[in-house]
Design a protein. Structure first.
Length: 244
């Protein structure tokens, strides 16, 4: 018990365990969770993930106490739980003890990153590079490659292969861990990406691409420096796809 207490106190695992310890297992979070869709065999509700997280923490502690080291398989399961969350924070409202599993998921992902246990996924890496880019030329290049070319290719694949995807989309297999490549491809093409997107980002349209400046939008004829203004914040990278 002494060793277990020290491990919990001196690690991020302890903070994660503490954040979910009050869960009542009532399941009130299930109806609002985007990763709990029983008809699609997607059962990653916060309740289920809290149960899984608690079991994984127990496994971590046992492995640390027995000097075996935390197994790779357990890190993979931990990542699976952490990644099945859209961080929409909708689970907090119906929760009687106000557990926000969105925050818990972010803490779990940060721990995986800190421990260098985060799996490399090309799609994730490309998306994050696109969203984090600040150089206007880099943004234009990535937008051209991912949106202009990538979206058109995906829409074409949907038109050509839609019939072959019907079986999986009508009755998806149970979700557990990473799906086989074939299923990932079907999932990627079975719903069309949006078409007819604008050619320029909102920043380009407003000529505020220089990240050394804070964009303030106001009518220069009807306002002064002391007048209230609108602070431009595109939000979550959406301006990379849609201008507002």
């Amino acid at each position: 018990m002494g060793h277990e207490s020290l491990i919990m106190q001196q690690s991020d695992i302890g903070a994660i365990a503490d954040s979910v310890k009050d869960c009542l297992r009532c399941g009130k979070c299930k109806p609002v969770c985007a990763t709990h869709v029983p008809r699609a065999n997607l059962l990653y509700s916060p309740r289920n993930k809290i149960l899984a997280t608690s079991l994984l923490i127990e496994a971590f502690l046992y492995e640390e106490q027995t000097r075996r080291g935390v197994s790779i398989k357990h890190w993979e399961e931990f990542e699976d739980v952490a990644d099945h969350c859209t961080v929409c924070h909708k689970c907090e409202s119906p929760c009687p003890v106000k557990i926000d599993f969105g925050d818990v998921s972010m803490n779990m992902r940060n721990l995986l990153r800190k421990m260098d246990k985060k799996s490399f996924r090309p799609g994730n890496a490309a998306a994050m590079f696109f969203l984090n880019a600040t150089n206007p030329e880099t943004i234009k290049f990535m937008r051209s490659a991912m949106v202009d070319v990538g979206f058109k290719a995906q829409r074409l694949a949907n038109d050509v292969l839609r019939g072959l995807a019907k079986k999986q989309t009508a009755k998806p297999p149970a979700t557990l861990g990473a799906a086989p490549i074939k299923e990932q491809v079907i999932h990627f093409i079975n719903k069309k990406m949006p078409g007819g997107l604008p050619k320029k980002t909102a920043r380009a349209l407003l000529d505020i691409e220089d990240n050394d400046y804070v964009p303030i939008i106001r009518n220069p004829k009807a306002t002064t420096a002391e007048t209230e203004a609108v602070f431009y914040f595109p939000g979550c990278g959406s301006e990379r796809l849609f201008h507002k």
